[in-house]
Design a protein around this ligand. Sequence first.
Ligand SMILES: Cc1cc2nc3c(=O)[nH]c(=O)nc-3n(C[C@H](O)[C@H](O)[C@H](O)COP(=O)(O)OP(=O)(O)OC[C@H]3O[C@@H](n4cnc5c(N)ncnc54)[C@H](O)[C@@H]3O)c2cc1C
Length: 378
Amino acid sequence: MSAHSKVGAMKTFAEHTTARVGGPAGEWITATSEAEALNVLADHPLPTEDQRAAGRDTLLVLGGGSNLLVAEEGFAGTVLQLGFTGVSAEPVGEDGVDVTVAAGHDWDDVVAWSVERGLAGLEALSGIPGATGATPVQNVGAYGADVSQTLVDLRAWDRAEGEEVTLTAQDLDFGYRDSLLKRSTIAGSVRYVVLSLRFRLRHAPGQPMSSPVRYGELARSLGLDPQLPESERRAPLAQVRQKVLALRGSKGMVLDPEDHDTWSTGSFFTNPIVPASSSASLPEGAPQFPAGVAEDGAELVKLSAAWLIDNSGCGKGFGADLVEGRASLSTKHTLAVTNRGTATTEDLLTVARAARAKVRERFGIDLHPEPILIGCSL
Ligand SMILES: Cc1cc2nc3c(=O)[nH]c(=O)nc-3n(C[C@H](O)[C@H](O)[C@H](O)COP(=O)(O)OP(=O)(O)OC[C@H]3O[C@@H](n4cnc5c(N)ncnc54)[C@H](O)[C@@H]3O)c2cc1C
């Protein structure tokens, strides 16, 4: 009997990604235990960098498919979908709790689980789709929080060395929507396959309060004064989760099969980080946040991709006319490129390219895609 559950070649990415586009895979394996995944991984060592760059890896690792855009031709190799789940908790020190999660566990279920138990640290990351194993890849973040703030370490299979490794948060060298895991992925070919992760949360006894609320819009919606020192900007955990879900819902950022604004990969573009000198010509009112310094010492700022798109003439719903209505920017938020029901991968890319071109033309700023593109490019 096979060590893992295999499904025929007819399974498509359109059925298994949130953008609901993309063709079939040569072979589709859903590993329901870590041992099953390791068996498959042993058969797929990491190819050379050149082979990877040419899209010749025979393996594609899949979580929830919420940050992936795959070509209509599909993927000729093996898709390994990590379907193993499990969460366990262990107290550490006075009020710490280490929560260990299997890679295939649904991320929002972990957040809900932690909030129900009065564990603070993940609440602002409510409503983000996908599997927990993928969260460190792009250092998933929202509303002033990201996973680098609570991740202690993870276990992964290193396909280059053919061995299991433990990578600490420091090893992962997190940045904005970035990590060692992402930097070592080439054209969707993953070097480290995350197997399990350990987060350190804080047990908040009595009325469990959140971690400091860092994001102004969220603080305001909770009735907190954004001017208060960060350490005093806390609210009941469950209330923070509820507000985040409501705010995200209003922007089409919580999956809803009935709502085409959520048939997307979430934000299609990252917020550009550029030298302060190149943002000086932006109009007053363009959001800019300090983002450290470049290697050459130049001061960097982070811009808002949504603002740039909005202000370059691409409003909500933009791009529908380019693809006979099959795709457009979300009608709730200009950062998401959405499938209106019958879109192809190329339709989504056409809308994204048009928005990117408008921003480049109007502001001279290049936008970069957030999702991983397989067999296609922007
Ligand atoms: C409606 C919506 C809202 C979103 N909101 C946010 C948001 O607020 N903030 C945010 O940061 N993102 C957001 N996203 C993007 C996405 O949900 C996250 O990036 C999520 O972590 C992707 O998880 P996944 O399991 O779906 O990954 P997948 O799409 O399956 O995979 C993404 C990449 O990670 C790799 N990968 C997957 N699992 C593993 C693993 N175990 N080990 C190594 N590599 C792996 C894949 O090979 C691929 O390269 C949103 C997406 C949608 C559709």
